[in-house]
Design a protein around this ligand. Structure first.
Ligand SMILES: [Mg+2]
Length: 112
């Protein structure tokens, strides 16, 4: 399954579950939808980072006993939430995410 198919599936799911969200009349509505999704994305990144913080606190600094194995399942769930919001944002913007990825990969190959 390719990435753009995942975007389509996520958008179909979101449209079915949250039809009002997808009633976008103008640039203002679009900006507000983007604001919501980017905030939600940041929230999920924060949830993942918080778990990693607890692991580092324990494993690196010896303050606490949280190990990666303890939070791995939760971390995978948060990373998946991040991915879901990325798919949704790509769908909202109408981005060909796979093409954009390969373009950026080439750019990064030249850069690093
Ligand atoms: Mg989450």
């Amino acid at each position: 399954m390719d990435l753009n198919r995942l975007v389509e599936m996520q958008i179909a799911f979101s449209r079915e579950k949250f039809p009002q969200f997808w009633e976008i009349r103008d640039g203002r509505d679009l900006a507000l939808r983007l604001e919501y999704l980017t905030n939600a994305l940041a929230g999920e990144v924060g949830e993942a980072a918080n778990l990693v913080k607890k692991v580092v606190r324990g494993v690196v600094y010896g303050r606490g006993d949280v190990r990666l194995e303890d939070v791995r399942e939760q971390l995978v769930e948060e990373v998946t939430d991040v991915f879901i919001y990325l798919l949704t944002i790509a769908g909202l913007l109408g981005v060909d995410l796979e093409k954009a990825y390969f373009q950026k990969l080439e750019k990064n190959k030249r850069r690093f």
